[in-house]
Design a protein around this ligand. Structure first.
Ligand SMILES: Cc1cc2nc3c(=O)[nH]c(=O)nc-3n(C[C@H](O)[C@H](O)[C@H](O)COP(=O)(O)O)c2cc1C
Ligand code: SF4
Ligand code: SF4
Length: 273
């Protein structure tokens, strides 16, 4: 088996997929290695035990949820075996902050047998909003993704990988999960909130096929199945061709409005190598 660059990601609304795929493609082009994709957004793909070798370069991306790596992914991510593969952790955040998510993902990679040599926190359209970080990652963000890929490829080609995981800017030790707050500044409880469905729905099944928690009933997409867990990833809301999914929860809507009000400035991409 030859050397391979892996684009490996979880991505509800596609921003993580876009950045991870671009970085992987650029590293593959710069090194001449083959590229392969492993998308673990769907629950069935998180049942596949994933193991790499020291021949692999793995660009691993997740969105930032509550300032951290989405906690529903932790069990799966900790089961992946790096076996000495080169790792490039990447997180996408919706213009508020990536807090400690990049550090957390880097540490998970180091603890599971990867050598993290470069890392990046990128900005993506916020899953809750149609205005917050609209259009991100934009062309400037993608230039930073190219730069990160170029720097990683240089390290790989020169063999100067270093003995410690790449430095990333975050709290050490990692802080608590971010508390969502409403417009009045008080915490809101949104754990059990999930989208409703209006009559524009024609039961096409797209949302059920996309839901990363497998929670939407494919036979009746207005209903939830299993434990009905919703991580508010935005996939069903943003990708429904009829615009039929929506939220009514007051706490959720107030939190979304607070984010749009308080975090409208364009956040910066940060890359480390
Ligand atoms: C449950 C949840 C929590 C989030 N928490 C944060 C956060 O703490 N900081 C932030 O800037 N963006 C946050 N976001 C926004 C996502 O990080 C952002 O939309 C990201 O680009 C989504 O990636 P995807 O398109 O690959 O799904 C959150 C989104 C969701 C669904
Ligand atoms: S994607 Fe939209 S129209 Fe299709 S089943 Fe889901 S809610 Fe209904
Ligand atoms: S039901 Fe929740 S978890 Fe499933 S796709 Fe919709 S927002 Fe995401």
């Amino acid at each position: 088996m030859g050397k391979k660059v892996w684009a490996m990601f979880f991505s509800g609304t596609g921003t993580t997929e876009k950045v991870v795929t671009a970085i992987s493609a650029d590293i593959a082009a710069a090194t001449g290695f083959e590229m392969e994709t492993f998308n673990f957004t769907q629950p069935k793909n998180r049942l596949i035990p994933k193991e790499f070798t020291c021949e692999d370069i793995v660009v691993l991306g997740t969105p930032v949820y509550a300032g951290r790596v989405p906690n529903v992914l932790l069990k799966y991510l900790n089961s992946v075996k790096g076996n000495g593969a080169i790792g490039i952790p990447v997180v996408l955040f919706g213009n508020r902050s990536y807090d400690d998510a990049l550090m957390e993902l880097r540490n998970i990679m180091a603890d599971t047998g990867f050598k993290p040599i470069a890392a990046g926190a990128f900005v993506g359209a916020h899953a809750f909003s149609y205005t917050l970080a609209k259009g991100r990652p934009n062309s400037e963000d993608m230039e930073k993704a190219s730069l990160l890929a170029q720097k990683a490829a240089e390290k790989i080609k020169s063999g100067s990988l270093g003995n410690v995981p790449v430095f990333v800017k975050c709290n050490d030790p990692i802080g608590p999960y971010y508390t969502p707050r409403g417009l009045d500044g008080n915490p809101v409880q949104i754990l059990k909130v999930r989208p409703l469905t209006n009559d524009k729905c024609d039961n096409c099944g797209i949302c059920a096929a996309l839901c990363p928690m497998g929670s939407i009933d494919p036979l009746n997409c207005k209903e939830y199945i299993g434990k009905g867990i919703c991580i508010k990833c935005g996939a069903c809301v943003k990708k429904c061709p009829k615009g039929a999914k929506y939220y009514t929860d007051e706490g959720y809507l107030s939190h979304k409005a607070a984010l749009e009000k308080n975090f409208s400035r364009p956040a910066e991409v940060e890359i480390f190598y």
